[in-house]
Write a protein that binds this ligand. Sequence first.
Ligand code: HEC
Ligand code: HEC
Length: 279
Amino acid sequence: MRGCLALALALLATPVGARATDGEYLFHAAGCLACHTREGGQPLAGGRPLETPYGVFYTPNISPDPATGIGNWSRAQFIQALKHGTAPDGSAYYPAFPYPSYRLMTDQDAASLFDYLRTTPAQHQANREHDLPWWLARWMMRLWQWWVLDEPPPEPAAVRADPLLSRGRYLVDALGHCGECHTPRNWLGVSIRTRYLAGNAAGPDGDKVPNITPDRGSGIGKWDADDLEYFLESGQLPNGDYAGSLMTEVIDNATSKLTADDRRAMTAYLRSIRALPGG
Ligand code: HEC
Ligand code: HEC
């Protein structure tokens, strides 16, 4: 009870979403850096390989360099890319760029991200072509967007009614894009909604990604709220081990950089979702 009161006071002192317009904060929460920086490379110059069952994608340069980055882009073009998966020339992006998650972001947050990226150092580095099978042509991604990508599910009423849960969902789904790894996909590459966050046997880089629903058997139902908050801050599991593989990046670049209030909101939300066995 005292914990609840302290939490309520803390929330009053720093309204949920108070940082919503801070581009740098959003940049961390959304984990842009890790994907757009190759090992040993300049930040945001791109060139990082992303191994997927479809082939290898090389991320583009998103620094403000006018020739090789996005220095000539308008804010509207950026929002169009991030939230709708459409490039300035009208072509469609592959969903290796997690716009199916980022489309849940508010336009205001997307604009703040753009303004922040503008302040980062320009890196001159040309983009590298993806290494994909011939049949996976870019024009097909337009068809994929029209016919395969489903509408994002609406915010459940119980979540909308609770500012803490609603903020948590926004951090988990729109910014943290946790489902891109933790939710399995169907054969067309779309996240299976009925298996939301229930684990993915074929995650990025061939990793098995665990179930993070509150299921007590296969999920994280036995963790208490402090365990989860501490994990998001430090990467330490309740048994004392540390998370490995791609989750290390998520912790280092994203969740450890959030405010304690935001980690609390994510924790509350994750503990409120439907428990699903398996994964
Ligand atoms: C999981 C890895 C991943 C994450 C995380 C990610 N991106 Fe990307 N992004 C990509 C890939 C892959 C592409 C290229 C897609 C294509 O070629 O169709 C891309 C493309 C882009 C483009 C288009 C660039 C161009 O030259 O056309 C922009 C802009 C962009 N990302 C910005 C961002 C921002 C901002 C964030 C954080 C909010 C972010 N990305 C997070 C993988 C990622
Ligand atoms: C790039 C892929 C990726 C993303 C994005 C991602 N995760 Fe993970 N996550 C993993 C992998 C892989 C593991 C397993 C790590 C290991 O084997 O030690 C993991 C492990 C975890 C665990 C530990 C579960 C357990 O039972 O050990 C939790 C909790 C977790 N992630 C939460 C999150 C949350 C919350 C987000 C969104 C902010 C997120 N993850 C985003 C890949 C990802």
